[in-house]
Every structure is written in structure tokens, then in C-alpha cells.
Design a protein around this ligand. Structure first.
Ligand SMILES: [Zn+2]
Length: 130
């Protein structure tokens, strides 16, 4: 009985911060795609994204979707990494009044929510102040 080990092996690549870098034009795509939107190239190498970045935009969610209702209000931000990649992430462990554009953050791997009665835990990245 080792379901958790199996679970961790099956975590999708996006949770490991794996991105695809186009060998033709150098664009980094996260999550990875099969075809580069810029040059239509199909040849990628896997790169691991940096786990620190800065907030370039954020919004405060007052009413969350099902599964997040315990956590409202919470902040959802666009995070820009040093290589220019932008991703969306919840920002946690921060006083919402002190959130600001340009604030440095670190991506942490956290439990996102429990999926209903099945009790399956979903994991993903959240941002905390760096
Ligand atoms: Zn390309």
C-alpha cells in the first residue's frame, strides 16, 4: 500500500515547473505545448522554471469557486519569472493590504484543495512573499 508514492510519480509536469523551450526561436512555453505559437516550431527542450519571481498584476477574489470558499478573500496574481515567463498563481501568507505590484514572491508547492468526497488532494504552486 503505497498510494502516495504512486501519486507523486503521476504529478503532471506543470507541477514540477517544467516548461518547454523552443529550439528554433528560444521562446519558453509554460505549460509546454506541442507547437510554438511564435514560429510554429515543434522541437522543444525541457527547462525547469525558476521558483522566484515578482507580482506584475493581482486581483483580490472576494467570492471563490467551490472548494475555495473557506479561503476567501484571497489574492490571485500574475507572476513574472526572471526569464520572462508569466503564470497565474494564488498568493498566500500575505496581508492583502500589503500586496503590491513588483513584490518579490517565491513559488511553493502546496495543497490546493480536497476534491469532494473522494478526498483526493490536489497540489499545485502557490506564491508566498520572498
Ligand atoms: Zn519558436
Amino acid at each position: 500500500m503505497n498510494t502516495s508514492a504512486r501519486y507523486w510519480r503521476e504529478i503532471p509536469q506543470r507541477y514540477r515547473l517544467e516548461a518547454g523551450k523552443c529550439r528554433k526561436c528560444g521562446k519558453i512555453l509554460y505549460p509546454p505545448r506541442l507547437v510554438c505559437p511564435d514560429c510554429k516550431g515543434r522541437d522543444f527542450e525541457t527547462v525547469i522554471l525558476p521558483d522566484e519571481g515578482k507580482v506584475v498584476s493581482y486581483t483580490i477574489i472576494a467570492v471563490g469557486p467551490t472548494g475555495f470558499t473557506d479561503e476567501t478573500p484571497y489574492a490571485l496574481g500574475i507572476i513574472e519569472l526572471p526569464n520572462g515567463v508569466r503564470l497565474m498563481s494564488q498568493i498566500v501568507d500575505v496581508d492583502l493590504d500589503k500586496l503590491s505590484v513588483g513584490m518579490p514572491v517565491r513559488l511553493e508547492f502546496r495543497r490546493l484543495q480536497e476534491a469532494g468526497k473522494s478526498g483526493i488532494l490536489q497540489y499545485g504552486h502557490k506564491c508566498v512573499p520572498a
